[in-house]
Design a binder for this molecule. Sequence first.
Ligand code: SAH
Length: 443
Amino acid sequence: MTTPKPKSHSTPHRQSQGGKDFRNRVKHNKQTASTPTAQSTPRIGSPSAKPGIVLKDGREKSLQRRHPWIFSGAIECIDGAPPSGTTVPVCDAAGSFLAWAAYNTDSQITARVWSWREEDVVDKAFFRSRIADALAARRTLGLSRDSDGMRIIHGESDGLPGLIVDKYGDVIVMQLGSAGPEHWRDTLADILQELCAPVCIYERSDSDGREREGLSARNGIVRGMLPEHVEVTEHGLRFAVDVATGQKTGYYLDQRDNRALTGTLAQDKDVLNCFCYTGGFSLYALRGGAKSVLSIDSSQEALQLAQANVKLNGLDASRAEWQCADVFEALRKLRDQNRKFDLIVLDPPKFAPTAAFAEKAARAYKDINLLGFKLLRPGGLLFTYSCSGGINDDLFQKIIAGAALDAGVDAQIVKWLHAAPDHPVLLSFPEGAYLKGLVLKVA
Ligand code: SAH
C-alpha cells in the first residue's frame, strides 16, 4: 500500500484551510480579449476600463451565500488589468455590485472577498477594524483564560482571507497565504503592532499554499526583535515554540483543548502518542498521571524540543520514551512486538489538502487507525484526528468505521472533537472546519 507522506518530514505544514485543487494555475493576464474563453480562464476585459471583475450569468450564487472565494471559472471578464493584491469590485452579469475582493492573477481562486458592503473602503482603517473585532471576539469569549497562546486571526473565518496570525506570549507570528494580505503586509504589521504591542512580529509566509498563489516563500522578522526563547503556557503547561523553523507558525494551537482532554483521561494508562511533534499530547498525559508514554515523530528537531519541554515542566522523564521513526512503520513494529496500550493518539499531518487527494488519504488514515485499534487493550481509548480540508466529518467517520471493522474490534464514538474556539468557522465557509477528531472506546 502506498501511503501519502508530506514532502519533507522535518518541515511538513499542517495547514488550516482546505479548498479546491488549484494546481492547474492559469495566467489569464497573458490572454487577449479575442482568446476563446476556456471554462476556467476568465477573459480580459477592456484594459482602459475601471478595474473590476464581472461574473458569468448565474455564477453569483455562491457570493450571495457569502462564500468568500471567486474561482476563475465563474468569471466572465476582468476589466482594467488590476495588479495582483489590489482591491476590485465584483459585479454580477447585470452589473450589480456583489463584493470588494483582493485580486490575484496567479491563483485559480482569482479573488477573495474583503467586504460585502459597497460603501466600505478597503484601507488601513478597514483592516484595523477587522483585526480589532477579531481581538474583541476572543476577549468576549474569555479565550485567554487557559493560555497565553492564541490564534488571533483565522483567515476567512475572521473576515480576513489568507491571513493567519498566531500569538505566543508577547511574540506574534503572521502568515500571509494569498495576494491580498501580501499587498497589505506593512499595513497589517503596523496595525498588529499598534493593537497588540508585541516584542516581535515574525513572518512565516512559507507554507505550501503560497506557491499555489504564485507567491514566493518569506521567513523573517517584520517588527522588533525575536527573543532567544519563545514559549507558550497552556492549561498550566509550558511549551517552547520554535517560531523561525518549527512547523506551521511554530506550534499547533488548534489542539489545545483536545490535548487537555487527553490529560484528564491518562491516569495509570500506557499511552502511545503518534505524530507527537513537540510533545503536546505526551506532556498532558505525563502530567495526568500516565504510567508510560511512548511518543513517535519523524522529526528529530521536534523530538528534541519535546524532551526539553518535559524538563521545562519538571515532569517525570523516566515515564517517557521517544522514538524518531515513520509512524506507518513504527506501528507495524509495535504490532509485531505485541505491544499494547490503553490510550492512543493519532494526530497525523494533512494527508489530503484538498478533496482531490481524499481517496489516497483515506487509505493512509485507514491504515494507521486499523493498526491503532489493534494495539489497544480491551476498553482502550483511541483519539484520532484529521486536519485534512479534503476529508469532512462524515467521510472521516466512515474511514474509522472501516478501520475498526477490518481490525475486528467494536468501538463507540464517545466524543467528536474540533479545533479550539480561537479557530472559529464562518458558517458560510465550511472549509474553515479543517480539524476533526474522534474519541473512540473499544469494547
Ligand atoms: N500532535 C501535535 C501536532 C502534530 S503535527 C501537537 O499537538 O503539537 C504532525 C507531526 O507529524 C509533525 O510533527 C511531523 O513531523 C510528523 N510526521 C509527519 N509525517 C510523519 C510520519 N510519516 N511518521 C512520523 N511522524 C510524521
